[in-house]
Design a binder for this molecule. Structure first.
Ligand SMILES: [Zn+2]
Length: 190
């Protein structure tokens, strides 16, 4: 689903009557898309347009685990690093204890027979993770087909971003890319 801030995208992965969320924008549309219990949130990176709904979501699901890396956690806890300070809605995660840190290549079991692999794809931000789930690749802002990867912020690294794009293109062979910004609603059901 496409969010009101910057057309960022959140995705709900549904299988066997359970849901997982990739990135968290507008909570209302997420709730609408859920089927069964919401088991966790996979974050592509902690820029505010991909995380701003988290506090509201945690009010409804106080035990919800949030998966990101060390740099993602820093972004969740700093309205400067996640850029929300510079917009009208400063955001800092209220519940850092819900964060589960993941390393590059770490596998998360989403449900029986369905895994998410965290692939570090830094460049757009130091903590960018591309999540590979079966035949889906959730790239966040590390690779948006047809759009130049944004590397204008102080924490960006152009060369890393280029390498990450190459890696994602490899990962995406035979898979479908679900990017962090898109013009249309998308929802996948595995
Ligand atoms: Zn971003």
């Amino acid at each position: 689903m496409v969010n009101r801030i910057f057309n960022s995208c959140s995705y709900v992965i549904v299988q066997d009557g359970k849901s997982w969320l990739v990135d968290c924008g507008d909570v209302e549309s997420i709730l609408h898309a859920l089927e069964g219990p919401l088991c966790g949130v996979l974050l592509t990176h902690a820029h505010f347009d991909h995380i701003y709904g988290l506090n509201q979501l945690l009010e409804l699901f106080p035990d919800l685990p949030i998966y990101t890396g060390e740099d993602g956690l820093k972004g969740l806890l700093s309205d400067r690093l996640n850029f929300s300070r510079y917009y009208e809605e400063p955001f800092v995660l209220n519940a850092p204890d819900n964060v589960r840190l993941v390393d590059d290549s770490q596998e998360i079991v989403l449900m029986d027979g369905l895994y998410a692999v965290a692939v570090a794809t830094p460049g757009h931000s130091p903590g960018c993770i591309t999540w590979v789930v079966d035949d889906a690749v959730f790239t966040g802002d590390s690779y948006i087909p047809g759009v130049k990867t944004v590397t204008i912020f102080p924490q960006c690294d152009k060369e890393q971003a280029r390498q990450s794009e190459q890696l994602i293109k490899e990962l995406a062979k035979g898979r479908h890319i679900y990017p962090g910004h898109a013009p249309q609603n998308e929802e996948i059901t595995n």
